[in-house]
Design a protein around this ligand. Sequence first.
Ligand SMILES: [Zn+2]
Length: 149
Amino acid sequence: MKMIDQARGLAFSLAKDFHFAAAHRLLHLPEEHKCSHLHGHNYIVRICFSGDLDERGFVIDYGDLEPLKSIIDRKLDHRVLIAESDLELIGFCTSLNTNMAVLPIENTSAEYLAKYLYDKFHKIGFEVSQIIISETPKTWAIYPIHSSK
Ligand SMILES: [Zn+2]
C-alpha cells in the first residue's frame, strides 16, 4: 500500500477541522473599513496533512491531533486576537481584564493566522502540509500554496 503512486508523484491528503471563537480587528485599514473595528468570528481551522500511507493505511491518525486542538483551545478560543504591534488594543483589553492572544504577527488577518498556526505546529513536530482558516462560511485563507513567483 505504501508509496502506492510515488512513481507518478502522487500522495494522499487528509484534513480535520477545529473551531474557535474570537474577536479581532485589522490594522492598516481606513477607519471606514468595517474590519478595522473590533468584531468577532466563529473560526474554522482546517489542518491538512499529505504524504504516503503508513502500515495502517493512514497519512496520520486523527487521534494524534489532540495537541493541536489543545493549542487552538488554550491560545485562541474566546480571546481577543491582537497583533503584537497593536499597543492600543492591548492596553484596552488589559484595562478590561479580558482574555487576549497577543500574537507575533503583523496583522490578525486569516492569512497571517494560517501562517502562525502552520509555523507553530511545525515547531512542535507536526508536519502539517496546509492550514486553511475560515472566518465566515464564504471565506477561506490558505497557507502555504506554491507560488510561481
Ligand atoms: Zn474579521
